[in-house]
Design a protein around this ligand. Structure first.
Ligand SMILES: Cc1cc2nc3c(=O)[nH]c(=O)nc-3n(C[C@H](O)[C@H](O)[C@H](O)COP(=O)(O)OP(=O)(O)OC[C@H]3O[C@@H](n4cnc5c(N)ncnc54)[C@H](O)[C@@H]3O)c2cc1C
Ligand code: FES
Length: 347
């Protein structure tokens, strides 16, 4: 199918596969169509159908509440072209940077799962061929028998990765996360679309880094810190990570975080924020390279970051209330401009 996109600044045209969502067809063709979640919840990918027919496999998608369907508006991350179509976007649209990792549809096999806490599991997927991605990106993962895709941020960072590593929090009643906690899923083939996401870190950034993660939002931050440590970014710049969980029992990756700090003890600070309990007396003794504090992660970050907001880029990820709280704090208190606040809301 041919897709013609009339954006505010110019027109693009590309082909889409028979069952390929309009968004994924555009990104694969290096057209940087607007999106955030890529999975039907945020409404960022809204477009207007001018001509032709589309199929919407998920008419109940939460992101549809941002649409005016009577005016032909639809979600590009869900809908598939049934004929050649022409669509209109209210956004300026540009080509993806020549060096960007272009997303593609592919397959992978679940190789390993490992519990990290009572409700968070580590998941390792082997892609069908070595995969490039940028630190902070995510993949849309689809499992046969469970409708739709789910976004998951990579934990690891390596060139031509032979493994994609994720951490996944169990959502009670959630289709994918409940399934993942079953035994015997190793060897299952999954569909992948990616890499996706704009909350990416490149070592030529030239700014201090502030990472604020709620729960499994630590995934993308691990990838960003891995890359920064590999490239010795903290020789020149400061780094601050705040990792929010409810209690000490909900923490994970503390050894890995300690090893990042050990490599840059003078320039990288890592603080674990506990929202639902006081910091246990033995926490600092057991993890001497990490700091601990009580409170919601954005409040703890605000307390520790006073006076340290110059030349800063912030990365945020996790449940929407944690990310929204951190965005508000960074705009109101830190006076950060929105181009220096990159985030993924796990909605
Ligand atoms: C950019 C991004 C990165 C994320 N990274 C992580 C991460 O690293 N770790 C983590 O634990 N979570 C992450 N999430 C959240 C994750 O994608 C899931 O929302 C979460 O795991 C719950 O999925 P579930 O299937 O258990 O719950 P469900 O409630 O069954 O599904 C949740 C999501 O799946 C999609 N969906 C559900 N039903 C349908 C349907 N019928 N058709 C099409 N789509 C459907 C929708 O997007 C819905 O919001 C991320 C989310 C985003 C947007
Ligand atoms: S990108 Fe389509 S609804 Fe979020």
């Amino acid at each position: 199918m041919k897709i013609q996109v009339n954006a505010r600044n110019r027109a693009y045209s590309f082909d889409s596969g028979e069952k390929e969502q309009v968004l994924f067809a555009g990104l694969r063709s290096a057209v940087d169509l607007p999106y955030e979640c890529s999975t039907g919840t945020c409404g960022t990918c809204k477009a207007k159908l001018i001509d032709g027919k589309i199929y919407d496999p998920w008419p109940e998608a939460p992101g549809r509440k941002y649409l005016k369907p009577e005016q032909g508006e639809f979600l590009m991350c869900q809908c598939v072209a049934r004929t050649d179509i022409t669509i209109e976007l209210g956004n300026f649209v540009y080509g993806l940077d020549p060096g960007a990792c272009l997303p593609r549809s592919s397959f992978g096999v679940i190789r390993r799962t490992r519990p990290l806490t009572h409700d968070v599991t580590f998941l390792e997927i082997e892609p069908d061929r070595p995969q490039e991605f940028d630190a902070g990106q995510f993949f849309a993962v689809g499992v046969p028998g469970i409708p739709g895709y789910r976004g998951y941020s990579m934990v690891n960072f390596e060139r031509q990765a032979k493994r994609l590593e994720f951490v996944i929090k169990k959502k009670p009643g959630g289709g994918f996360s409940e399934w993942l906690f079953n035994s015997g899923i190793e060897g299952t083939a999954v569909n992948l679309v990616g890499p996706l996401g704009h909350a990416t870190f490149y070592p030529n950034l030239g700014k201090n880094l502030l990472c604020i993660a709620g729960g499994s939002g630590i995934a993308g931050m691990m990838s960003i810190l891995s890359r920064a440590v590999q490239e010795r970014y903290f020789d020149q710049h400061r780094g601050y990570l705040f990792f929010g969980v409810r209690t000490m029992k909900d923490t994970f990756f503390l050894e890995e975080l300690s090893s990042f700090r050990k490599a840059f003890p003078g320039s990288l600070d890592i603080t674990i924020a506990l929202s639902d309990e006081d910091v246990p007396a033995d926490a600092a003794g057991r993890h001497p390279l990490l700091g601990f504090d009580r409170g919601f992660v954005h409040e703890v970050a605000a307390r520790h970051m006073k006076g340290k907001y110059q030349n800063l880029r912030a990365y945020l990820a996790g449940p929407p209330p944690a990310v929204d709280g951190a965005i508000r704090m960074l705009i109101v208190e830190a006076k950060l401009t929105t181009d220096n606040i990159k985030y993924d809301k796990f909605s």
